[in-house]
Design a protein around this ligand. Structure first.
Ligand code: SME
Length: 155
C-alpha cells in the first residue's frame, strides 16, 4: 500500500458526487493540505487565456494570483505540460517567491487530452519534500479534477 492510498480513496469518493467545480477544487485543496504536514501551501490555478489564475487555496495568501504562461515554476509546468518538482527553490531561477518559508515545490498540470486546464501547486517548508509518492498522488488527483474544472472559463 502506498503512503497516500487512503487519501486518494477519500478524495475519489468526495469528488465523485461533486459537480460544482468550485466546491470540487475547495475539497481538493483542503484534503491535500491535510495529507502531509510538510504541505504548507496548496493551491489550484486555472488557465485563462495565457494566464494561470489562482482559484481555491489552503495556506497563506499568495501575491501570485495571476501568472503568465512560461513564468515561474507554475508557468513552466503548464508550458511543458508535465509535473515539475523543485527540491531547492532558491537554486531555481524560474521560481517566483510566495513565502520566505518555502524550500521546495511541486507543480502538476491538470490536462484534458493535450490541453492544459490548470494545475495543482504545492509548496513545502522542507527541502526536497516531494517524492514519487507525492507525484503519484497529485497526478491521480489532477486526473480526477480535469472533468470537474473543464469549462469553468467557458461558461
Ligand atoms: N512559486 C510559484 C508561484 C506560486 S506561489 O508558490 C503560490 C512559481 O514559481 O511559479
Amino acid at each position: 500500500m502506498r503512503k497516500y492510498d487512503a487519501i486518494l480513496e477519500q478524495l475519489r469518493t468526495e469528488l465523485a458526487g461533486e459537480h460544482d467545480s468550485q466546491a470540487a477544487m475547495e475539497k481538493t485543496v483542503t484534503r491535500l493540505k491535510a495529507a502531509n504536514p510538510s504541505y504548507t501551501w496548496v493551491g489550484i490555478y486555472l488557465l485563462h487565456g495565457n494566464e494561470l489564475v489562482l482559484g481555491p487555496f489552503a495556506g497563506k495568501p499568495s501575491p501570485h494570483t495571476r501568472i503568465p504562461l512560461g513564468r515561474g515554476i507554475c508557468g513552466a509546468a503548464a508550458a511543458e505540460r508535465q509535473t515539475i518538482i523543485v527540491d531547492d527553490v532558491s537554486a531555481d531561477s524560474r521560481y517566483l517567491a510566495c513565502s520566505a518559508d518555502t524550500k521546495s515545490e511541486i507543480v502538476v498540470p491538470i490536462m484534458e487530452g493535450s490541453d492544459v486546464l490548470g494545475e495543482i501547486d504545492i509548496d513545502s517548508d522542507q527541502p526536497a519534500a516531494f517524492d514519487q509518492d507525492d507525484k503519484t498522488l497529485l497526478e491521480a488527483t489532477a486526473v480526477m479534477l480535469g472533468p470537474k474544472v473543464k469549462g469553468v472559463w467557458r461558461t
